[in-house]
Design a protein around this ligand. Structure first.
Ligand SMILES: NC(=O)c1ccc[n+]([C@@H]2O[C@H](COP(=O)([O-])OP(=O)(O)OC[C@H]3O[C@@H](n4cnc5c(N)ncnc54)[C@H](O)[C@@H]3O)[C@@H](O)[C@H]2O)c1
Length: 357
């Protein structure tokens, strides 16, 4: 069991062998309302059904459109109509999308209501479930609205990743890979070794869920509100978010992060921060983890990519604050000129470096 410190409250991360055991452990009794990923409910209905009272369960489709400010009003109303009170509990079952929705609602409804999270995707288990953030889209702008309000408990259900599509596993691995690049060379190489067999040996994922949280925990405890060192966790995200939004979320989040990590490393090499050989090695190792989404990136409107980079929350004026790298475990936040450095680097990356087909 892990205990995470937060300005608002400490919370634990506990693992359970199954979804049923995890769900049976949540708080609230009759005061609990359940926000459940619709796809998860379809796939795990037999296990979930006896434990989810229909009158206290709201199913939500896990799409970026549903994770938007505009789509939240009916959800607030549904929770209130189903009797959620100030002393109630919102129990969220799903991946990062359900987490973002649940966290945002829990943080503002009654100015803060208890919530517990059962993360059911690799991305949510390994990365997003700790760290307090909610991120909500508005109009075309991704993740621009949010709060810091950690769950009161994270309950990781075992076995649930077995139904996750391979691309969603790869998407989670995008954040796992990023975290190990931040941790340093030894962890990154061990991960790359383990990933060779990940399809035939899925249990190895639970090792990397734990290892990912161990890398992330010190960053979020030292800088919960993302004003300093925690920014480094955004390695790959300035470009990844732009690739996601320019393809209308056609590239899954963590896969876009892999492309973003490669872009940031390519840019770092062009700026002389890291040897080109480091970029070349990452390109060789990481290309299989984003293919075949390079094609989508190549056909994405370039002006939409640059608009999104400019609008990134790390941007100030004509420079963009990018997380760049000087090597394994040596990431730094630096201002980079948009027109002189970022535009040519991104153009070169997309036109010459990305594998397509
Ligand atoms: N708040 C944060 O700290 C944070 C961090 C990283 C990412 N995010 C956000 O998380 C979102 C991505 O989250 P995600 O990658 O977890 O994807 P997701 O929540 O969109 O889920 C991916 C797909 O898997 C389905 N699914 C969920 N659990 C399943 C299971 N066990 N078996 C089969 N299918 C299942 C969902 O219905 C969906 O179709 C993005 O919106 C991103 O911005 C938030």
């Amino acid at each position: 069991m892990l205990t995470i410190k937060s300005r608002s409250h400490e919370y634990t991360v506990e693992e359970f062998a199954s979804l049923r055991e995890a769900l049976a452990s949540v708080a609230g009794g009759e005061r609990a309302l359940f926000l459940v990923d619709r796809r998860l409910a379809e796939l795990h209905g037999a296990e979930l059904h006896p434990l989810l009272p229909a009158e206290r369960t709201v199913q939500v489709e896990a799409t970026e459109q549903h994770k938007s400010f505009e789509a939240l009003t009916p959800l607030f109303l549904e929770l209130l109509q189903r009797g959620l009170k100030r002393d109630g509990v919102i129990v969220v079952l799903g991946g990062g999308v359900l987490q973002d929705i649940g966290c945002f609602i829990a943080s503002v409804l009654f100015r803060g209501v208890r919530w517990e999270l059962l993360p059911t995707t690799l991305l949510a288990q390994a990365d997003s479930c700790i760290g307090s953030k909610s991120s909500i889209n508005i109009g075309p702008y991704k993740n621009q609205i949010g709060t810091f309000y950690p769950p009161h408990r994270v309950v990781v259900p075992g076995g649930v990743l077995a139904t996750l599509p391979w691309d969603e596993i790869r998407s989670g691995l995008g954040e796992v890979i990023k975290l190990q690049l931040l941790a340093g060379e030894v962890g990154f190489r061990e991960l790359m070794h383990d990933l060779q067999d990940v399809r035939s040996q899925p249990p190895v994922l639970s090792k990397w869920v734990a290892r990912s949280m161990a890398v992330k925990q010190p960053y979020i405890e030292a800088d919960e509100f993302d004003r300093g060192i925690r920014n480094l966790l955004n390695y790959g995200h300035t470009f990844g978010h732009a690739y996601e939004s320019a393809t209308h979320f056609g590239i899954p989040h963590g896969i876009a992060v892999i492309l973003g990590v490669l872009t940031a490393t390519h840019l770092s090499a062009r700026l002389g921060l890291v040897p080109t050989g480091h970029y070349r090695e990452l390109k060789t190792l990481l290309t299989p983890w984003y293919e075949p989404y390079g094609t989508q990136l190549q056909t994405a409107p370039r002006d939409a990519i640059f608009r999104a980079i400019q609008q990134d929350k790390k941007n100030t004026g004509q420079t963009v604050n990018c997380i760049l790298t000087r090597g394994f475990g040596r990431m730094e936040k630096l201002p980079v000129a948009l027109a002189a450095d970022i535009v040519p680097a991104v153009n070169h990356f997309i036109e010459n470096e990305v594998a397509v087909g």
